[in-house]
Every structure is written in structure tokens, then in C-alpha cells.
Write a protein that binds this ligand. Structure first.
Ligand code: G6P
Ligand code: MG
Length: 221
């Protein structure tokens, strides 16, 4: 039986990708690296420090900075990001998510946030949806980030169920890889050309509903 839904945050619950992009673009500009929207796609689901490492490598500066300097860059990017998202409100919840969360609560399914973002608790508070979730996996508590399965395995554990009793919802290719590596059924939101390895791809969050999750899970197991 399907018992728990493991949710990515950025791009699934709310669209923060544009804010991550603006903050990385400005930091990149300071370092002389052009971060465009196409490259930004590759940073979805990737942790803050790993994103910086990818940007530095992209700009040919992989070995230029010390760990302390890189940590300072990450702090600067995050301060800018926090400034950009501080006006977020419940109006920024993506379509279909609130009705889905209501349905899941009614049906007694567990709901867990499995995001690489250290800002997840703050964002859920701004969106006023914290109470809909039974738990948030701390991304700092898992050994390896997406595409490794760790965060989704930790999500199943936090829900108190087996991975086979879960479904994961993601918008990033690395996130779908992580769900599948955990032997969990995957629903992806976005472009089927990029996310075709999911068990089902929906173009929009408004297509999400408990019946769709159950149907996908039953066909996959
Ligand atoms: C999500 C986003 C990434 C972001 C990562 C870490 O996975 O898709 O773009 O880099 O979270 O977010 P944080 O808020 O901790 O910097
Ligand atoms: Mg995402």
C-alpha cells in the first residue's frame, strides 16, 4: 500500500529556481563567470556548495579558491537568496499542491520534505504549509546529496515506512535519479525529455492528485 509521499521543495512546492538563478548569476558575475539560465538547469537539486563547485569548474576556476573562500561565497549567495525570497507568501505555492496536501492528510498518508535546501524550514514557514508535513529531512544529516539515494531513504525512515511504500515527487533529473536509486516510485514534474526516467512525468503540479500518485505507484510496483 502507498503510505508516504516524499516531496522535493524547489520546483515542486514552490518555484524558487528563479531566485537561486539570480543569486548565482550575480555571484558568478563577481567572479567573472557567466551563469546563464541553461547552465542553471544543471544546478537544480544540487546542494549549495556543490553548485558553487560546478560554477567554478564551468568558469575554469576549479582550484583557485580555498575552502574558507568558497564558504564565504556560499554565505554571500545565500544572503542574497534570502533577501530575494523574503516576500514569499502562500500565493507562491504552486497550483494543485494545497489540494493535494489536504487530500493526503484526509487519507492519512505521511508527507515528508526531501529537499537539498537548508532553507526548507524557513520557506515552508513563509508559505504557511509547515503543518501539512510530518517531517523534513535535514540535508546536512545525509552522507551524499542527490543523485545518491540517501535523502529519500532517510525520508522513508522518517515516515516510518519502507521505501517500497513511498512515492517521490521531483522536478530535477538528479532528484529522479536519487528516487530511483532508493528503489522508490518517482513522479516528475516538467519536461519528459529530461525526466523520462521517472515512472510518470506530469507537465504541471496542477496535474497532481492522490489518485494519480496511487495509480502511478500501483503500476510501478
Ligand atoms: C534545491 C535547489 C538547488 C539548491 C539546493 C540547496 O535542491 O534545487 O538549486 O542549490 O536546493 O539550497 P540551499 O537553499 O540550501 O542553498
Ligand atoms: Mg527541485
Amino acid at each position: 500500500m502507498l503510505k508516504a509521499v516524499l516531496f522535493d521543495l524547489d520546483g515542486v512546492i514552490t518555484d524558487t529556481a528563479k531566485f537561486h538563478f539570480l543569486a548565482w548569476r550575480d555571484l558568478g558575475a563577481e567572479l567573472g563567470i557567466i551563469v546563464d539560465e541553461a547552465f542553471n538547469e544543471e544546478l537544480k537539486g544540487v546542494s549549495r556548495m556543490d553548485s558553487l563547485e560546478r560554477i567554478l569548474a564551468y568558469g575554469g576556476l576549479a582550484d583557485k579558491y580555498s575552502l574558507a573562500e568558497k564558504e564565504a561565497f556560499c554565505t554571500k549567495k545565500n544572503d542574497h537568496y534570502l533577501e530575494l525570497i523574503k516576500e514569499m507568501t502562500p500565493a507562491d505555492i504552486l497550483p494543485g499542491i494545497l489540494p493535494l496536501l489536504e487530500e493526503l492528510r484526509e487519507a492519512g498518508l505521511k508527507t515528508i520534505i526531501t529537499s537539498a535546501s537548508k532553507n526548507a524550514p524557513g520557506i515552508l514557514a513563509l508559505l504557511q504549509v509547515k503543518d501539512y508535513f510530518d517531517g523534513i529531512v535535514d540535508p546536512a544529516s545525509v552522507a551524499a546529496g542527490k543523485p545518491a539515494p540517501d535523502i529519500f531513504l532517510a525520508g522513508a525512515e522518517l515516515a516510518g515506512v519502507q521505501p517500497a511504500e513511498c512515492i517521490g515527487v521531483e522536478d530535477a533529473a538528479s532528484g529522479v535519479d536519487a528516487i530511483k536509486a532508493a528503489n522508490i516510485t518517482a513522479i516528475a514534474i516538467g519536461d519528459a525529455a529530461v525526466l523520462g526516467h521517472a515512472d510518470r512525468v506530469l507537465t504541471d503540479t496542477s496535474d497532481l492528485a492522490l489518485a494519480v500518485l496511487r495509480d502511478t505507484w500501483e503500476l510501478a510496483v
